[in-house]
Design a protein around this ligand. Structure first.
Ligand code: 6PG
Length: 221
């Protein structure tokens, strides 16, 4: 972990804690949506240490891989091991996992479980892959058009670039937040973002679906 990435994670944790605190001052429950992958780990650890009324915070994920909850690829496991620690252990975590046998069957169960959360979310933190995907809105997935256009909250996604199917909140659902943040690191992702900002098609670079939210960008080399 470079010093710049650690500092970025701490700045982001400070900003997210402040936003949650503001919303906790006027709402009984608040919703925080985080992303998986490797980038958020130091941010999760910094946020977990913040003193907040965590017992009134619901946390869920923007997307999940269709794997066993104990798999090292599980985003739910990532959240449990890095964010639901310290002060944040008191938060209520709602995983996007399902007992169904396929992700296509699982979306209904996950939709029911997440429908009662305090939408719009206080904060959604998105990540981005080198191909411009965000959440599980992948440029090469057959379901991208559906995930961008549907009013349904969740979509099952299969894409040749990923080893497992995914469940993702749709773009419409992920638009339902008071604050959108993009957390990315590395020069390669900065180049992809510059391309998205300069107008490539949303089907080529799905992150474009969120550029007008507006999106606060947290980047470090
Ligand atoms: C996931 C995500 C995904 C992630 C990007 C960036 O489950 O993989 O939610 O959208 O944010 O792929 O991942 P990295 O942080 O590992 O680069």
């Amino acid at each position: 972990m470079t010093q710049a990435r650690q500092q970025l994670a701490e700045q982001l944790a400070e900003a997210v804690a402040k936003a949650l605190e503001e919303d906790l001052g006027r709402q009984e429950r608040v919703l925080l949506i985080v992303s998986g992958g490797s980038t958020p780990v130091p941010f999760f650890q910094a946020l977990a240490a913040k003193p907040l009324a965590w017992e009134r915070v619901d946390i869920t994920l923007a997307d999940e891989r269709w794997v066993d909850a104990e798999s090292s690829d599980s985003n739910a496991r990532l959240v449990r091991e890095n964010l639901l620690q310290g002060n944040a252990a008191a938060a209520h975590f709602v995983p996007l996992t399902s007992s169904a046998s396929t992700p296509e069957e699982g979306v209904a169960e996950v939709a029911r479980r997440t429908a009662g959360l305090a939408w719009p979310a206080s904060v959604i933190i998105l990540g981005m892959g080198g191909d411009g995907h965000t959440a599980s809105l992948f440029p090469d997935s057959q379901e991208l058009g559906l995930a961008l256009a549907t009013d349904e909250p969740l979509v099952a996604v299969r894409t040749p670039s990923q080893p497992q199917p995914r469940i993702t909140f749709s773009a419409a659902r992920l638009h339902q937040a008071s604050r959108h943040i993009l957390h990315i690191t590395g020069d390669d992702k900065r180049t992809v973002l510059a391309s998205a900002l300069s107008g490539d098609d949303v089907r080529q670079l799905p992150i474009r679906a969120f550029l007008s939210c507006p999106l606060a960008i947290y980047w470090a080399p």
